[in-house]
Write a protein that binds this ligand. Structure first.
Ligand code: HEC
Length: 150
């Protein structure tokens, strides 16, 4: 991941040097076209992508694949089929044994101090990425679960 980022950054740097240093009259003032952005998030999930990057990525990884034996995957996770359980997981965190896609994990996820808006956004992002196909999570759904488990 770091390597890929570094590669991208140096590619952009080289690109900028190359396009600024040319100095031929016919490309003077030509706008530097930014490289196409890699893998744009699914529509409506930009806010969720931002929360994911800020909050979940350290453990669940960029591709939602988790870390074998330590952090379970969100990608194609059978756990998230239960939406209430998934919202509860984010609000309360969890420790102890959990089985995801047939593999046991026994670790600690701390409660995530996020607003209801952020939880809805990040879970919508999770449900519409990583090979998952769940409907968007609404703020009302998050509120209802929060009320129920408090
Ligand atoms: C500090 C590391 C850490 C962070 C940050 C974290 N998690 Fe987790 N997550 C875990 C661990 C560890 C488990 C398994 C807990 C267990 O063993 O009981 C887990 C389990 C889960 C599960 C249920 C199992 C599965 O893989 O489907 C979901 C859903 C989940 N996390 C979502 C999230 C979301 C969404 C965020 C960000 C808002 C997040 N987690 C942030 C460590 C983390």
């Amino acid at each position: 991941m770091k390597k890929v980022l570094l590669g991208t950054v140096s590619a952009i740097a080289i690109f900028m040097i190359a396009s600024c240093g040319g100095g031929t009259s016919d490309n003077k003032g030509a706008a530097v076209t930014p490289p196409p952005s890699a893998a744009a998030p699914a529509a409506g999930t930009e806010a969720g992508a931002a929360v994911y990057k800020r909050t979940c990525i350290a453990c669940h990884q960029t591709d939602g694949g988790g870390v074998a034996g330590t952090f379970p995957p969100l990608a194609k996770s059978d756990f998230i089929a239960d939406r209430e359980q998934t919202i509860t997981q984010v609000i309360k965190g969890k420790s102890g044994e959990v089985t995801v896609n047939g593999t046991k994990y026994n670790n600690v996820m701390p409660p995530q101090a996020l607003s209801e808006d952020d939880i809805a956004a990040v879970l919508t992002y999770v449900y519409s990425n990583f090979g998952n196909t769940g409907a968007a999570v609404t703020v009302a759904e998050v509120k209802a679960v929060r009320e129920k488990i408090k």
